[in-house]
Design a protein around this ligand. Structure first.
Ligand code: IPE
Ligand code: IPE
Ligand code: MG
Length: 242
């Protein structure tokens, strides 16, 4: 018989397939991004309900600026509206919002909406929602390295203070390591998402496109996680581990 279901402490979601979802329906790609926001809202409430403590959502990569100006502008407006309005349902449920990524060159209106939702939720202790916006793992490692070099240069740290935990504490957000990374839409790659944090994460690649990744699909993912045998380099043979 199945014992208790384990819930990963920190879940990462690479929210891919919005464009294909829209194209399949004869709609503009923007319609897929809009549908994606609805899915984010539902999923976050569901994750809070089932007891996920930290969720990192990949919303826009440093490389996504390569897209057409129309698509990038649409996404920036969508982010602004989402943080100012759409995601208020999450704020009402005690979700604490933080961001990972470079502020440059995000438009001022987006930065303002980001700062407001962070400020409004900073004392909440529900699900911590880390939104990766203008995020790239390479940029994060570069920025963290520069920050640590500055500390060393200023005499604030010794060389031997630098260890894996110290690096983690100095990433964009100091969060526990990822336990589980989900990438929707069937693509089997990481695309520069949280490579340091995902060193021992389990990976799950459902075919479903992100707007269709609903609560039921999330529960299927959790079932799959419960069948993984996490060893962290050791040799234990436990069936389930969190
Ligand atoms: C993910 O969906 C959302 C963002 C990258 C902003 P895509 O826009 O990549 O959708 P596909 O992969 O083209 O279907
Ligand atoms: C990864 O999706 C980035 C986000 C989901 C925000 P992409 O659609 O940008 O990734 P590639 O280009 O297919 O690798
Ligand atoms: Mg994509």
């Amino acid at each position: 018989m199945d014992t208790e279901r384990k819930i990963p402490n920190h879940v990462g979601i690479i929210m891919d397939g919005n464009g294909r979802w829209a194209t399949k329906r004869g709609l503009p790609r923007s319609a897929g991004h809009k549908a994606g926001v609805e899915t984010v809202k539902k999923l976050c409430l569901h994750m809070a309900d089932v007891g996920v403590k930290y969720a990192s959502l990949y919303a826009f990569s440093t490389e996504n600026f390569k897209r057409s100006a129309d698509e990038v502008n649409y996404l920036m407006d969508l982010f602004m509206i989402s943080f100012n309005k759409e995601m208020r349902t999450l704020v009402d449920r005690g979700v604490k919002v933080v961001f990972s990524g470079r502020r440059e060159p995000l438009p001022g209106k987006v930065l303002k909406a980001m700062d407001k939702i962070v400020e409004d939720t900073k004392d909440f202790d529900g699900l911590t929602l880390n939104i990766c916006l203008n995020y790239g793992s390479h940029a994060e490692i570069v920025d963290t390295t520069k920050k640590i070099c500055e500390m060393y240069k200023n005499g604030e740290i010794e060389l031997d203070d630098i260890n894996p935990e110290f690096i983690q504490h100095n990433l964009y957000q100091d969060l526990p390591p990822l336990d589980f990374v989900i990438r929707t839409s069937g693509e089997l790659r990481v695309s520069n998402f949280m490579m340091y944090q995902a060193s021992y994460a389990e990976f799950y690649f459902p075919e479903v496109l992100f707007p269709d990744f609903n609560e039921e699909e999330f529960d299927k993912a959790i079932d799959a996680f419960n069948h993984r045998n996490r060893r962290f380099g050791g040799v234990n043979n436990e069936k389930k581990s969190n």
